[in-house]
Ligand binder design. Structure first.
Ligand SMILES: C[S@@+](CC[C@H](N)C(=O)[O-])C[C@H]1O[C@@H](n2cnc3c(N)ncnc32)[C@H](O)[C@@H]1O
Length: 271
């Protein structure tokens, strides 16, 4: 089946809507839009993109726009991605947390675009491995958020192919996963309980009350325009503890004007 062609007007209408509501810039993604939406439009009996957008953009329940954005987002991720961050977590950030959070024995850690869960589960495994028996009495649960409800369901299930675990150390594979009869692996409950998944649009005000010790926001701002990205970075700054660490993808950058202090590539600290 050939993809239904989107007109210039329809294309710009969608680009504008998605940009203003979710920050995602689709201006270079015309082919992706046609590829991902034309089947839905045909299946649901709409005659044009405009007819589908009229319905979706005006749906008061919000469910239609969630479905639309589920189709347009790129969720690519994998275990141990950009491993330097995880080494830094083990060698610097967790010792910092252990020292500075002794009084409350709890830290606020946020994985702000968690996709299918590989990133927050990697963080939870590193925490478990680092603290070992000392973890008793500590609350180091990770808040993991994403815009896409479909991907959050996959994350909560915590089941991955054997190929998806190829970079996970053998010891962790044994300690933190159970092998299923079909050859897939599921994260053990002990680690699952350490990750709290919630839907959150990074364009919305950040309302969590506790200031964060660590924020991972990797490989999502690359889809945002400069203004949206800079604004988000400063909003992260405002909800962090002084000395807290902020991590972005290695292909991303933080503006020179930002209040964050550069620590090493893709790693920043609130002053
Ligand atoms: C490429 S994945 C990155 C996953 C992971 N952080 C990593 O580095 O591997 C980008 C994720 O950002 C999410 N996303 C895109 N726009 C968002 C927004 N406005 N608010 C929250 N999440 C968003 C997408 O649904 C997708 O799961």
């Amino acid at each position: 089946m050939t993809a239904l062609k989107i007109s210039d007007n329809e294309f710009h209408r969608l680009v504008k809507f998605i940009q203003s509501k979710y920050g995602i810039n689709l201006i270079q993604k015309r082919a992706l839009i046609e590829g991902r939406l034309s089947k839905t439009i045909a299946e649901r009996g709409f005659k044009s993109y405009d007819a589908y957008f009229d319905m979706a953009f005006n749906d008061e329940s919000g469910l239609e726009t969630v479905q639309l954005v589920n189709k347009l987002t790129t969720n690519h991720t994998y275990f141990m991605r950009e491993v330097q961050h995880f080494e830094f977590l083990r060698d610097v950030m967790l010792p910092h947390v252990e020292k500075t959070c002794q009084n409350t024995r709890s830290a606020a850690i946020w994985c702000a675009a968690s996709s299918s869960g590989e990133e927050p589960y990697t963080i939870a495994m590193i925490i478990d491995d680092y603290f070992g028996a000392r973890k008793k009495g500590w609350d180091l649960r990770i808040l993991a958020t994403d815009l896409s409800t479909d991907i959050l369901k996959k994350a909560q299930a915590g089941t991955y192919s054997a190929e998806g675990l190829k970079d996970v150390p053998e010891k962790w594979k044994q300690n933190y996963f159970k092998r299923n009869a079909d050859g897939t692996y599921t994260v053990v409950d002990r680690i699952k309980k350490e990750v709290i998944f919630k839907q959150f649009n990074l364009m919305d005000p950040i309302k969590w009350k506790r200031p964060f010790d660590i924020i991972f926001c990797r490989n999502v701002m690359i889809y945002f325009d400069t203004e949206t990205k800079n604004d988000l970075v400063e909003r992260f700054y405002d909800v962090m503890k002084p000395g807290g660490y902020f991590l972005i993808g290695h292909a991303e950058n933080v503006s020179k004007e930002s209040r964050f202090k550069f620590v090493q590539p893709a790693t920043y600290q609130r002053v």
